[in-house]
Design a protein around this ligand. Structure first.
Ligand code: GLU
Length: 305
């Protein structure tokens, strides 16, 4: 009961923030275009100066995301459809911008822009995407170049080795070993700082790192635990070892100067957590690889029954 009450209060607060971000909700916009007026019944109203209004007017949201990062962002090779935790979170943003028209098939309003770890910031700075949703850790260095939403997922860095490996059990054991990770990731930075004598094999994405481990070109792969869960699922002859040696709070990346956009994204994230959509997306994509369930990014989680 206390949890339900907490959710109701949080939902109320989230809706208040959303209403504020949408310009007070009920006020009609004086100079909305004819097209916007025609579909006014189905589309949320935004202040003309806001970035949400400009996306709505363009008719598409451009989303920088991964194509091979299970369980967060995958372009399914069989169906050609995008799937994963980050993708479903983005679909909720899309519905919040385009309203009922997007309910049945939000992808009609999304233009996916493939990114890898190192291209996330340039993709935003070069205005090739409106948002980047791609296991993107919020940190001070990145905040100098782009803005981030509030935390919508939280994990930490760990190590993946072959099940037969016995001499790597903590980050210090990576010294003298070849460790594969993605170029331009916080994973790269964390290894550089915490295992100075590790030899880094830097690739664009994580599945090629798994291949390098399988073929003996790397002794270990290291990145965020939830990404490693996806790799273990792909190759059960591997295992995750040691504890977390970093904190990786994910945010939605946005170029600087996008009027009203970050508060809007934050309000949708809060609403998704409050009304259970976040938990449902977690259960759909993360539970099958992690074995736990969570109600929100700050929930420590419990075993899935
Ligand atoms: N979350 C980390 C980062 O933002 C590592 C995972 C990734 O490369 O996406 O760099």
């Amino acid at each position: 009961m206390r949890r339900i009450l907490g959710k109701v209060i949080a939902l109320g607060a989230a809706m208040a923030v959303l209403a504020a971000a949408c310009g007070g909700g009920a006020q009609p916009q004086a100079s909305a275009s004819a097209a916007a007026t025609a579909t006014a019944a189905t589309k949320p109203k935004f202040e003309l100066a806001t970035y949400m209004y400009s996306i709505q007017t363009k008719g598409k949201i451009r989303v920088g995301t991964r194509e091979d990062n299970v369980p967060f962002g995958l372009k399914n090779p069989t169906t050609g459809k995008y799937e994963g935790f980050d993708i479903d979170i983005v679909r909720e943003f899309t519905k919040a911008i385009f309203g009922k028209d997007a309910d049945a098939d939000p992808d009609k309003f999304i233009e996916f822009v493939p990114v890898v770890s190192a291209t996330r910031i340039p993709t935003l700075n070069d205005n090739k995407a409106d948002i980047v949703a791609a296991t993107f850790t919020i940190n001070d260095e990145r905040l100098k170049q782009i803005d981030f939403s509030t935390v919508y997922f939280r994990t930490g860095q760990k190590i993946l080795v072959k099940k037969t490996t016995t001499n790597i059990n903590a980050v210090a054991d990576l010294n003298g070993k070849t460790v594969c990770t993605a170029k331009g990731s916080t994973s790269e930075q964390n290894i550089t700082k915490q295992a100075k004598d590790a030899k880094l094999l830097l690739l664009d994405t994580y599945p090629p790192c798994l291949l390098a481990l399988q073929q003996g070109q790397a002794d270990a792969v290291s990145t965020d635990e939830t990404i490693l869960f996806g790799l273990v699922k792909q190759d059960p002859t591997t295992k995750i070892v040691g504890g977390y040696f970093s904190d990786e709070p994910y945010g939605i990346g946005v170029n600087k100067g996008r009027e009203g956009f970050v508060p809007f994204l934050n309000s949708v994230i809060a609403a998704m957590v409050a009304d259970g959509r976040w938990a449902a997306i977690y259960k759909k994509y993360i539970t099958p690889v992690s074995g736990d369930v969570k109600d929100g990014p700050h929930d420590k989680g419990r075993p899935a029954s």
